[in-house]
Design a protein around this ligand. Structure first.
Ligand SMILES: Nc1ncnc2c1ncn2[C@@H]1O[C@H](COP(=O)(O)OP(=O)(O)OP(=O)(O)O)[C@@H](O)[C@H]1O
Ligand SMILES: [Mg+2]
Length: 323
């Protein structure tokens, strides 16, 4: 569905170009929830922007591309970076981080729905007929159709987030990109929204790309996931496999930092901080924080390679252990 081919992006700043995404090369499939995890600042949002094709100053693609291809109603389609925006809403939608602010505060929700539905999709419908379809859709999602008459400020944060997800999925897009859709919400509301995303995905059998720094969310929701560190993927595979046996030391640390019910032992944070993207260390970028790092790790960049079928890792130590 989405093919990311040797993608590198940077932000142009007065101090020079800051490389944020570094040679990413992987695929996201049809009919799956793909998770992207990693600490704040590792480039998750930047990657989603590249997938959605909002590559605008100061962000630029230095090399590589994204290809969005698949089939809708029996018709095959294919778009690549620079053209993906031609199919926004139809084949791909985006729920941005802090999505609450994407709703226009002075517009009733019904108008926001009408604005998001391309004219050609409304065919010969009157506004009233389109809104009836929207109302039926909201009901399917256990949301009241009365919401259409409301202004965004009349809704709670969790409700607004559900409405945004309803907006993003109304056109049955092949791909939904969701950036931290549940951050800043309490756990009960968070659970409701995650269940809604899962239910929609299993109905539409489409692709959901879910960005979250919360490994617990990935464990519950995603089928496969990628772990990002400082602009690169360090591990990718089936979520269950990653949790059962994390292969990269960074993934191990992220999982060990998760609280478990009944476990009162003190959790160890991950020592150190991610490197500044303006001046990254040579070799493996995780080496300064890695308990197993050797001289090779500090000098040579590890290759992101398939160490088991469907399992990719970038780690010098592991490659030696597995071979
Ligand atoms: N407009 C910009 N100009 C310059 N640098 C930027 C810009 N936007 C983001 N960056 C830098 O790019 C890096 C990655 O940012 P990004 O927002 O992709 O991280 P993230 O993984 O989504 O973090 P978070 O979990 O906090 O949302 C950060 O170091 C950030 O400072
Ligand atoms: Mg982000």
């Amino acid at each position: 569905m989405l093919k990311i081919e040797h993608l590198s992006t940077s932000y142009k700043t007065i101090d020079g170009n800051i490389r944020v995404i570094n040679d990413l090369n992987f695929e996201i499939y049809d009919n799956e929830i793909f998770g992207i995890a990693g600490e704040s600042g590792c480039g998750k949002t930047t990657l989603l922007k590249a997938l959605y094709d909002i590559v605008e100053f100061p962000l630029q693609i230095d090399s590589g591309r994204v290809i969005l291809s698949g089939e809708k109603n029996g018709t095959p389609f294919s778009y690549e970076s620079g053209k993906i925006r031609n199919t926004w809403w139809n084949n791909i939608t985006y729920v941005p981080q802090a999505a609450q602010s994407v709703l226009n505060p002075i517009m009733r929700l019904k108008h926001q729905f009408l604005d998001s539905i391309p004219k050609e999709d409304r065919k010969n419908e009157t506004e009233e007929q389109t809104l009836k379809r929207v109302a039926r859709y909201l009901e399917e999602l256990s949301l009241s159709p009365d919401l259409l008459e409301a202004f965004p400020f009349q809704l709670s944060g969790g409700m607004r987030q559900r409405v945004i997800i309803a907006l993003a999925t109304f056109m049955s897009p092949n791909v939904v990109l969701a950036d931290e859709p549940t951050t800043a919400l309490d756990v009960v509301v968070q659970r409701g929204i995650l269940m809604m995303l899962m239910r929609l995905q299993s109905q539409l059998k489409n692709t959901v790309v879910l960005v979250s720094h919360d490994m617990g969310v990935h464990y519950q929701v995603t089928h496969r996931m990628g772990i990002m560190y400082s602009g690169s993927l360090v591990e990718l595979g089936k979520t269950d496999d990653i949790f059962n046996e994390p292969l990269h030391p960074y993934t191990r640390m992220l999982i060990n930092a998760l609280p478990r019910v009944g476990d009162k032992s003190q959790k160890v944070g991950i020592p150190g901080r991610p490197p500044a993207l303006t001046n990254p260390p040579p070799g493996c970028r995780f080496a300064p924080r890695c308990p197993n790092a050797t001289e090779t790790c500090r000098q040579a960049v590890p290759v992101f390679q398939e160490v088991r079928p469907g399992r990719f890792v970038a780690c010098h130590k592991l490659n030696r252990e597995v071979v």
